[in-house]
Design a protein around this ligand. Structure first.
Ligand code: FMN
Ligand code: SF4
Length: 699
């Protein structure tokens, strides 16, 4: 595979125990939750998902954790199970599909133990959770508000047995090894951590005692499946308490983690994967860039020095890995927004032996093959939006519309070659054009703006690009459309007459939604800046200087008063409010609905709302608008009180409305007319991409 010398180390084969990997890129275990816990067979979308990864060239594919101890071991529904032999045949089919592509596969195993049993009105498990000690931690961004029941020594023995039974079943199903998740804040971490584990028996007090449970699991597994059956352990190389007012020294320090790593090596572990954990912040601990959203929780200079804070979460755990590598001889695998560049560097510097990724591989399962063949610009970019981890529903990806579907999307070449015109170069239009071109159609894309991307440059201006590199998203499509020979016409307004002259076989209308103007007396007063007008004004600047520079300039000049009312509290309004607060504005967000930040990813939304509170942002939901005056907004709050909110500027930030006019006019003129994206139904980028994929495929 090692044909691309720039990534020589990354493309070198490696070993984890006796298992050979074709390169140094590993897909970590990630709960896609496409299963149902009662199913014994692997659902088709799961097969498709893992097959795509194996085919894409990854060196080792870790399949997500099943429940080894039902019901106490899991806090999510839709997690598959391995607590009975009846699950083996189904899993064997999955393993065979992965092996077919020359890819070894490990099964991840964990136990959710101390996570609270209550999730909303219905408990996921009966009774309290289980943990090393009844330690709790109140945080809306974590799962430890409920005191766990201290696990008895007999209970520990039972769980050791369940892990070992699961290992036997995994081996029978054909898995090449096991990755035990003792990271994040699961049960095994809960025993290792001096913060959580307050026991005074042989499972508490010293690193050896706290690691005893995990050591027993490793030894029992090896006893039953053989000493040479590889077992890797995922641990937190650091546990950071300071955001919760807890002394970092009372948690897992890098030095303490090194002691644990040595103990695990001594117990027979074949490799260690390192991640980090911030107490009280579950998801943004392992989605490493999310800890920086909307601002780092503590000033950067106060971050622990071993936590790499340089690149907004990229490679956050590299120094921790380097530290662990100094004390063990088994391979070190580092996770946390790793990518080819950083990965190659870390391997070259001897800071790790393997790099571990999830999201970049969800965005593009072919990433390893593309690295090997030097096609870096063809890699679909993961923009760290975290859509894929959002709670509820089938996990989806903002750039890989295929994720979560049971369709192989082979895009068969059609018999008749059509001339396809796409009107609009936003995400839906670009994706539809890309897929139609892959199918072999002659595709032209028209957009009235100076650059491709539709509303993406505007979103990048508001959100910033350090965490979410949205301009890379657009660059990826620009490249793909160019390579596929799509004829792109920018600065080109399309009318019915244009289409009549072009005479295409099919038109895909992707012109975007219409700005919504609320019907409030006084809405046309000069104090009001309407969302649609801002976009119109900024479009030209965005086209020429791009969102990054324009965003910087808005720190010096922004024609918006000091006191601002943001009218509309869904994702657009919430993110606009964040942008304004970061530019020194005093912001009030008002919405007629009850749920601020709708459309945002759950953990990011919660972090933003906490930040709003810290910054003194007023948030008024369930209001009724009465009138806009020259001084501000008169409304009735949800308690029925009439209030005047004084402001210098009122900005409208409401969801868009559909825009079907052009498509309607084209019906009867063009044989096939399709609508995709916001013009059909205004939603999020992830929906626009799926829409574009489906239409490009179906056309
Ligand atoms: C949808 C999703 C589910 C995840 N579930 C798990 C899990 O079950 N076990 C685990 O160890 N890590 C899980 N993770 C974390 C990943 O394994 C990985 O550590 C994290 O995504 C950081 O790597 P990345 O920056 O390459 O995505 C999950 C990540 C995602 C995106
Ligand atoms: S959904 Fe977003 S974070 Fe997840 S893989 Fe796709 S682009 Fe990356």
């Amino acid at each position: 595979m090692a044909s691309n010398m720039k990534y020589e180390r990354l493309l070198q084969p490696g070993y984890i125990g006796k298992v050979k990997t074709r390169n140094r890129m590993i897909k970590s275990g990630a709960a896609m939750l496409y299963w149902h816990e009662d199913e014994t067979d692997v659902p088709e979308n799961m097969m498709v998902f893992y097959e795509a990864l194996a085919r894409g060239g990854v060196g080792l594919l870790v399949v997500e954790s099943p429940t080894i101890d039902f019901p106490f071991g899991r806090r999510w529904n839709r997690r598959y199970r391995i607590d009975d032999d009846k699950y083996i045949p189904g899993l064997k089919k999955l393993v065979d599909v992965i092996h077919k592509h020359g890819c070894p596969t490990f099964m991840q195993m964990n136990h959710d133990g101390p996570w609270q049993s209550m999730w909303g009105p219905t408990p996921i498990i009966p009774g309290p959770p289980i943990g090393s000690s009844p330690t709790t931690l109140n945080s809306p961004l974590d799962f430890h508000n409920e005191p766990p029941r201290e696990l008895s020594i007999a209970g520990i023995g039972e769980i050791v047995d369940k892990f070992a039974n699961a290992a036997v079943r995994a081996e029978k199903a054909g898995f090449d090894g096991i990755d035990i998740n003792a990271g994040s804040s699961h049960l095994l971490h809960n025993f290792i951590s001096p913060y959580w584990n307050r026991r005074t028996d042989e499972y508490g007090g010293t690193p050896e005692n706290r690691a005893r449970f995990l050591v027993q699991i490793i030894k029992e597994m090896k006893k039953r499946v053989g000493d040479d059956y590889p077992i890797t352990i995922t641990i937190n190389g650091i546990e950071i308490g300071q955001v919760m007012g807890i002394d970092n020294q009372s948690c897992i320090t890098p030095d303490y983690a090194r002691k644990i790593a040595k103990i695990l090596e001594g117990a027979g572990a074949d490799a260690i994967q390192v991640r980090s954990h911030w107490l009280g912040r579950h998801t943004s601990s392992f989605m490493t860039e999310a800890i920086f959203y909307p601002e780092p929780p503590v000033p950067l200079e106060k971050f622990p020095p071993e936590y790499n804070r340089k690149y907004w979460g990229k490679g956050a755990n590299i120094s921790l890995s380097a530290g662990l590598k100094k004390v063990v001889t088994i391979p070190l695998m580092v996770v946390g927004r790793m990518g080819p560049e950083l990965g190659e560097q870390a391997l070259k510097n001897g800071e790790a032996d393997f790099i571990v990724m999830t999201r970049r591989l969800l965005a593009d399962p072919e990433l390893p093959n593309k690295v090997a063949s030097g096609r870096l610009e063809d890699i679909a970019v993961c923009t760290a939006c975290d859509t894929c981890i959002d709670a509820g529903g089938v996990k989806r990806c903002r750039i890989n519309g295929a994720l979560g579907t049971d369709n192989l999307w082979t895009h068969a070449k059609p018999e008749k070659k059509k001339n396809v015109v796409v009107i609009g170069g936003g995400p839906a239009g670009m994706e539809a054009a890309r897929i139609a071109a892959i199918k072999g159609y002659k595709v032209s894309l028209y957009d009235s703006q100076h650059r491709l991307g539709g509303m993406i440059p505007m979103a990048a201006l508001v959100k910033g690009t350090e965490i979410e590199p949205l301009p890379d998203f657009v660059r990826y499509f620009e490249n793909q459309l160019k390579q596929l020979g799509v004829d792109v016409h920018l600065d080109h307004e399309v009318s019915v007459a244009t289409i009549e002259a072009l005479k295409p076989d099919a038109v895909i209308v992707a012109t975007g939604g219409l700005a919504t103007v609320p019907d409030i007396p006084g809405i046309d007063k000069p104090i009001v800046v309407k969302g649609g007008e801002i976009h119109k004004k900024l479009k030209t600047y965005l086209g020429f200087v791009g969102p990054e520079l324009l965003r910087k300039l808005t720190k010096f000049y922004l024609p918006i008063g000091r006191r601002v009312i943001v009218l509309g509290g869904e994702i657009h309004g919430a993110e606009l409010a964040e942008f304004l607060v970061k530019r020194g504005r005093h912001v009030t967000i008002v919405d007629t609905g009850e749920f601020l930040g709708a459309g945002m990813i759950m953990h990011l939304r919660q972090q933003l709302l906490i930040w709003f509170q810290q910054k003194g942002v007023k948030m008024l939901t369930g209001v009724t608008y009465e009138e806009i005056t020259d001084k501000g907004l008169i409304l009735v709050d949800k308690d029925g009180n009439r209030q005047t909110i004084e402001a210098d500027t009122i900005v409208t930030a409401l969801p868009l409305s559909p825009n079907t006019e052009l498509a309607e006019k084209l019906k009867g003129i063009v044989p096939e007319v399709y609508m995709v994206g916001d013009c059909k139904e205004p939603r999020l980028i992830v929906d626009a991409i799926r829409d574009g994929l489906q239409t490009g495929h179906d056309i």
